[in-house]
Design a protein around this ligand. Structure first.
Ligand code: ADP
Ligand code: MG
Length: 604
């Protein structure tokens, strides 16, 4: 017998598609609040959102006579005709969320428009309207959703632990707060304020409010365009890196995405600046023509596909390189390693009483990873000071402590202002400019120069060679000779004239112009040693690796440099694409600002 399902059964089934877990509810409600034009949104959850979710906004509100309609399936104010589907600017448009949420929870809606004297309060249990009455309330909308899946026990069983569910909500809230820095977000978990942003529109403040790590104060701004595409945001200097990509956040046209193509651009942009296996911190916002973007390859829209992947990779890597070649990217020495502290952003909030008991929020209490770095998730899901129960239906504006950080000025590093003063330990060049003192690792600097010349030589068509009086004979292991067709050509391309000399010997008659004889010899030995390491098909990456390794061995530290040599080295460093780190990612420069030096002497 074929029957039409009754409404509540149909709603429950449909709800399963939209509402998988508590975070789906938070997402739908917060997106509705954003669509309503709110500039202040409070989200409160308890027990990972299973027992309680409240979202309060100061947006448009819903008209009294429309409030119940909003809960009907396919009820939306956001599109009228199918044609509108092509020009959607709001976050939600399917008109399914409220119907789905109401089907599997106890939902309460309190809402008022600006033009109306009184507001509306509706209570719905599992799609059934329990009450609909007038009420006094502020402008805007509050949804209180309790008892998730109370009427679908099978779904309830699939939920994870409270902390696992709240961790997903924390992730979502963090991302949405970054995506909308012009909206003031306050997020409360089990009575504790997780974060509170200022809503002043400044991304770096939003990042600092959400993550509360003082090391993020040093992030470097990115702002770059290539063709139709732009990338903006903040990235870490090479001195701040992590063992995983967990601290990389990407937005494309306002939505959080994961994307291998963007990750590739990041890796490319930091090439030679980080040790292998280290990852920078990045918050990158890409804007690209929506027509060249497919967001639907994954149902939760996390994955995107770009029409022109290489364009996007280039955009990101060039944007990063440009940002890192600026003055702000030079590593700075600090008077005392700043403890990773949390900002005093704890809102003086909710009730005066709660404040008195509020213990300061210390990161030291939370777990650091194996490198002493603070685990952000830990901080965010940990329990800071207690705040008391909150309001319903009303936004009390917490006085968020201001985090004022002067946004770093992006300007190029001026090598011409640098005045070398000598060298210490035969290893570090000392130099000053008007504001700062510098130590420059002469070995790392030399290695950088050497490396860029080699790669440049390799890439260029004209080889500059110098003949040597007595040819060098070098020997290579039989396994290396076996592969000679694969590496011989690349040595020739680097500027060596090299040929077989019988047995396992090779004769070198010419070397690149910028190498000394001993450097060339050391370089070749090192290079040939590495050449058998499973290098089957040499491509640029492999060759780059070999060059990097060989440079290290060829360039000697502890050489006493004359003042003229120091100046020469700095001049060559200036000409480098990537002057601030050696090819292995170690810094070439460390800067001591006058302020930091004065701090060490307790003058400031
Ligand atoms: P959609 O967002 O896809 O339109 P929803 O089911 O999420 O569908 O919401 C239905 C309608 O309810 C929205 O189109 C909007 O008119 C109204 N609405 C929901 N939440 C809010 C809110 N916080 N403020 C104002 N209007 C809202
Ligand atoms: Mg919606």
């Amino acid at each position: 017998m074929i029957k039409v399902l009754d409404k509540s059964v149909a709603d429950k089934i449909a709800a399963g598609e939209v509402i998988e877990r508590p975070v789906s509810i938070v997402k739908e409600l917060v997106e509705n609040s954003i669509d309503s034009g709110a500039d202040s949104i409070v989200v409160e959850i308890k027990n990972g959102g299973k027992s309680y979710i409240r979202v309060t906004d100061n947006g448009s509100g819903i008209e009294q006579d429309e409030a119940e309609t909003a809960f009907l399936r396919h009820a939306t104010s956001k599109i009228n005709t199918a044609k509108d589907l092509n020009s959607i600017e709001t976050l939600g448009f399917r008109g399914e969320a409220l119907a789905s949420i109401a089907a599997v929870t106890h939902t309460e809606l309190i809402t008022k428009t600006k033009d109306c004297q009184t507001g509306t309060r509706i209570i719905i249990h599992g799609s059934e309207v329990i009450s609909n009455e007038k009420t006094g309330c502020p402008d805007g909308t509050t949804f209180i959703v309790t008892d998730l899946f109370y009427n679908t026990p099978a779904r309830l069983k699939f939920l994870k632990s409270d902390s696992a569910e709240s961790s997903q909500i924390i992730d979502f809230m963090s991302m949405i707060a970054l995506a909308f820095p012009e909206i003031r977000f306050r997020f409360i978990n089990n009575g504790n304020i997780v974060f509170s942003t200022t809503g002043k529109g400044d991304l770096l403040s939003a990042i600092l409010s959400v993550y509360r790590l003082s090391e993020y104060k040093e992030l470097v701004p990115v702002d770059y365009s290539l063709g139709d595409n732009t990338v903006t945001g903040y990235i870490s200097k090479p001195s701040l890196s992590r063992p995983s990509r967990r601290n990389q956040v990407f937005f494309v046209n306002g939505r959080v995405v994961s994307s291998r193509v963007i990750e590739k651009g990041v890796t490319e942009g930091y090439r030679e600046r980080l040790f292998e296996g280290r990852h920078p911190v990045c918050f990158l916002f890409l804007h690209t023509n929506p027509a060249k973007l497919d967001v639907n390859i994954h149902p939760n829209k996390k994955e995107v596909r770009f029409d022109n992947e290489s364009e996007i990779t280039a955009l990101v890597s060039e944007g990063i390189k440009t940002a890192l070649n600026n003055d702000v990217a030079v590593i700075e020495a600090k008077a005392k390693p700043e403890p990773v502290t949390v900002f005093e952003t704890e809102p003086k909030v909710v009730t005066a009483d709660s404040l008195k008991n509020a213990a300061p929020f210390k990161v030291a209490d939370y777990i650091r990873d194996d490198e002493g770095q603070v685990d952000i998730k830990q901080i965010l899901s940990a329990k800071p000071s207690r705040v008391s129960e909150t309001i319903t239906g009303e936004i009390k504006q917490p006085e968020t402590a201001e985090i004022s950080i002067a946004a770093p000025v992006n300007r190029p590093f001026d090598f011409d202002e640098l005045r070398p003063t000598g060298a210490i330990f035969n290893t570090y060049i000392t130099a000053v400019d008007d504001r700062c003192f510098y130590l420059i690792d002469q070995h790392a600097a030399h290695e950088r120069v050497f490396y860029e010349k080699l790669v440049g030589e390799y890439m260029s068509d004209e080889k500059l060679r110098q003949p040597i009086l007595t040819p060098i004979i070098v020997e290579a292991a039989p396994s290396v000779m076996e592969l000679k067709d694969e590496w011989m050509d690349s040595l020739v391309r680097m500027g060596f004239d090299i040929s077989e000399f019988g047995g396992n010997s090779l004769m070198v008659r010419e070397i690149p112009t910028f190498m000394s004889l001993s450097e060339a010899e050391d370089f070749l030995k090192e290079y040939l040693d590495g050449a058998s390491d499973g290098v089957r098909s040499p491509n640029t990456v492999v060759i780059n690796k070999l060059i990097t390794r060989s440079c290290k061995a060829a360039v000697k530290a502890h050489d006493h440099l004359s003042m003229a040599e120091i100046e020469g080295l700095l001049k060559q460093l200036k000409a480098c694409r990537n002057p601030f780190s050696c090819p292995h990612g170690r810094p070439t420069f460390i800067r001591f600002t006058m302020y930091e030096i004065e701090k060490m002497f307790k003058r400031v």
